[in-house]
Ligand binder design. Structure first.
Ligand SMILES: Nc1c(NC[C@H](O)[C@H](O)[C@H](O)CO)[nH]c(=O)[nH]c1=O
Ligand SMILES: CC(=O)[C@@H](O)COP(=O)(O)O
Length: 163
């Protein structure tokens, strides 16, 4: 008897990534968001975008996304991309924000074992921002997407080895 075997190709669920991006200096941050989102979606990923007022608010949204991943594994992102632009002004406020955000993002990454991609840029002036956010050759949002894709793979591989 001829038996037909029907193979069902089950598409792996599209990998998820989250982007947390500040609205401050939106001309530059939005360009990074567009580049990151395009690269991730071209890689077949689904992207959740969370916008916050300024760079200083990025860590809280990142922490809440990481906590949700712990209680809802299906929502766990392969990585969280943090995008922002901090421009130095007349005071040390910019440096304080940059230092606090960098420390917080590293703590979140290690506490939750979720890659947190840090592209919250502390810059001297708009020329530096234009080069890193508007120039396709140097767009740090694209860099963030590539790093996110690679780190998601690294974490998957390490977890499968220890399983
Ligand atoms: N000056 C910039 C800020 N300042 C705002 C802070 O991020 C924060 O929203 C405020 O201190 C209230 O908590 N934010 C940026 O992202 N970039 C800047 O250049
Ligand atoms: C990083 C900022 O918040 C920036 O706008 C602060 O500017 P200033 O140091 O001139 O108050």
């Amino acid at each position: 008897m001829l038996r037909t075997v029907r193979t069902t190709r089950v598409r792996a669920a599209a990998e998820r990534f989250a982007i947390v991006a500040s609205r401050y200096n939106a001309r530059y941050v939005d360009s990074m968001v567009r580049a990151a989102r395009k690269a991730l979606e071209q890689a077949g990923a689904r992207v959740e975008l969370v916008r916050v007022p300024g760079a200083y608010e990025i860590p809280l949204a990142t922490e809440l996304l990481a906590r949700r991943a712990a209680t809802e594994p299906a929502s766990a992102p392969g990585a969280i991309l943090c995008l922002g632009v901090i421009l130095r002004g007349e005071t040390v406020h910019a440096a304080h924000i940059g230092e606090a955000v960098s420390r917080a993002l590293m703590e979140i990454q290690l506490r939750h074992a979720i890659p947190v991609i840090h592209e919250v840029l502390l810059l001297e002036n708009e020329a530096q921002a234009a080069k890193r956010c508007l120039d396709p050759q140097h767009n740090r949002g694209l860099e963030a997407a590539h790093t996110a894709l690679e780190m998601a793979r690294v974490v998957r591989q390490l977890r499968s080895r220890s399983a």
